[in-house]
Design a protein. Structure first.
Length: 297
């Protein structure tokens, strides 16, 4: 019986061949899979997908950690309505996958300062949080800014601590929290460790993604200059000390999954993608403390 409270897995795309994709990479040692959809779930038959995935995982101790969708559910156009419907569908389907977390972007009103999105966030996610609570599901918001700022943007208001305080004041539900990763702090030159310590009780799920900051470029060109000063990386290749991250998670009582968010590394990409992800998997397992060892009876 698997006893480790923190599992290490990877994100897989939500599509017709998700179970086949999982079957191919299961032997590498991933302990969880997070199923991710871009913008909406589309016409995916979630009940059928859940059955296929359960058949693929049968006989293993691998779990589905999270379902996620990355659209903007706060706007008023048709695509936003589809994003809101996707949150509802994933909340309803999560028990079929044996998981209790649905995650994604919080959305925002396009090109409005983040505080102006708060009433709409409450209007949309207040009922979604209640719907989720009725099913024992937690909602987690990813902290990517998608190129936006405090004043402008078109995807996601859940970017930083100040925004989270506004959001959690507006929807003060225990089942509403964060899907966190250090990369989105580092690429804004924020030290992720104080933030992790402050918010660990609200972190439900982690994306395993890191970043490398080129401080020489920052010093010469600044952060909005002619040269890129940061790249997102697979864990094990970036600047973060994941031993420290996992230690803080343990100190904060976190139980759950760190799922590698691949397909971003500028070096371990293309035909080296899975090589990089498996390195990240093994690196994170070591940062976790190695293999679980039971205490003497």
């Amino acid at each position: 019986m698997y006893q480790e409270a923190i599992r290490i897995g990877t994100i897989v795309p939500g599509r017709q061949d998700t179970s086949a994709y999982i079957r191919q990479i299961m032997p590498h040692g991933f302990e969880t899979f997070c199923i991710s959809f871009w913008k909406t779930v589309g016409d995916t038959d979630l009940a059928r997908l859940a059955n296929e995935v359960k058949e693929t995982l049968a006989g293993s101790d691998i779990r589905i950690s999270c379902l996620e969708v990355f659209g903007n559910p706060l706007e008023h156009h048709g695509e936003a309505a589809a994003a809101r419907a996707s949150w509802e569908k994933l909340i309803d389907a999560a028990p079929l996958f044996g998981c209790d977390i649905v995650a994604g972007f919080a959305g925002r009103l396009v090109d409005k300062p983040i505080p102006e999105s708060v009433p709409r966030f409450k209007e949309v996610f207040g009922p979604l949080a209640a719907r989720a609570a009725d099913k024992g599901i937690r909602l987690a918001f990813e902290n990517c800014d998608m190129g936006g700022s405090w004043d402008r943007g078109d995807w996601n208001m859940a970017q930083n601590s100040a925004a989270w305080e506004l959001m959690f004041d507006a929807v003060p539900a225990e089942n509403v929290g964060l899907e966190w990763e250090p990369a989105h702090q580092l690429d804004k030159l924020i030290d992720p460790m104080p933030q992790l310590r402050n918010w660990v009780k609200k972190i439900f799920h982690l994306h395993g993604k890191d970043a490398t900051v080129y401080w020489d470029v920052v010093r010469e060109y600044g952060v909005k200059g002619a040269k890129s000063y940061a790249h997102h990386r697979t864990p094990g290749f970036g600047d973060s000390n994941w031993t420290d991250i996992i230690s803080e998670l343990r100190r904060g009582g976190f139980t759950g999954s760190i799922d590698i968010e691949g397909w971003h590394d500028p070096v371990y990409k293309d035909n080296l993608e899975m090589m990089g992800q498996v390195h990240g998997l093994n690196y994170l397992k070591q940062c976790r403390g190695g293999a679980y060892v039971p205490n003497p009876a």
